[in-house]
Design a protein around this ligand. Structure first.
Ligand SMILES: CC(C)(COP(=O)(O)OP(=O)(O)OC[C@H]1O[C@@H](n2cnc3c(N)ncnc32)[C@H](O)[C@@H]1OP(=O)(O)O)[C@@H](O)C(=O)NCCC(=O)NCCS
Length: 159
């Protein structure tokens, strides 16, 4: 059987309820960040966040199956930070998150940003192996919760 077609587009604050509903498909992940709507509207700023930010959502047959978001930042000596990333359980290990992060990589690169950080969800068994699969590494032995891409555009590029 062939795989369903996955469509991606830029996400907006209007889709935050769909993102929250999507995340509920994985009870282990916990509910979506209640500040997500304010984040997309540019009213909630994670530490050292700059205003420019964007997100992408992935759909199959009109149903949201995953999303990503990130912003320009000076956190951890980086130029950008990945803020949210989620893929619905039934759609995992099909490259959806990889595609979402690559869209973010292009967005960052268009703004001259290549060094990008992400605060890893320590409770997610998939998070670290996923980020490592795209070339990110722990910021330092002391900061294992922070992963960094020295050059997100290059290290997340298809091999
Ligand atoms: C982490 C997450 C986004 C990965 O999404 P995904 O669409 O399944 O990821 P991909 O299919 O693009 O995976 C790419 C590679 O990452 C690695 N990877 C992904 N999930 C993995 C897992 N559970 N165990 C080991 N490696 C994993 C593999 O190398 C994989 O390639 P492969 O399938 O060819 O072996 C998803 O599991 C998720 O939403 N988890 C809950 C929320 C979360 O942890 N978000 C990140 C917060 S920091």
């Amino acid at each position: 059987m062939s795989r369903a077609t996955v469509e991606l587009h830029t996400a907006s604050h209007a889709e935050v309820p769909d993102m929250a509903a999507c995340r509920l498909l994985d009870p282990a992940a916990g509910p979506a960040d209640a500040r997500m709507g304010a984040y997309f509207r540019g009213e909630h700023h994670p530490q050292l966040a700059l205003l420019p930010r964007t997100g992408y959502a992935a759909f199959v047959g009109g149903t949201m199956i995953g999303y990503v978001a990130g912003h320009l930042s000076t956190r951890q000596g980086c130029g950008g930070e990945l803020q949210y990333l989620f893929v619905a359980p039934d759609s995992r290990r099909q490259g959806i998150a990889t595609t979402l992060v690559r869209h973010m990589a292009d967005w960052f690169a268009e703004r001259g940003v290549r060094r990008v950080c992400v605060c890893v969800d320590a409770d997610s068994p998939a998070a670290r192996p996923f980020y490592r699969s795209l070339g990110a590494a722990a910021l330092s032995p002391e900061k294992q919760l922070w992963y960094v891409w020295e050059d997100l555009e290059t290290t997340s590029a298809p091999r």
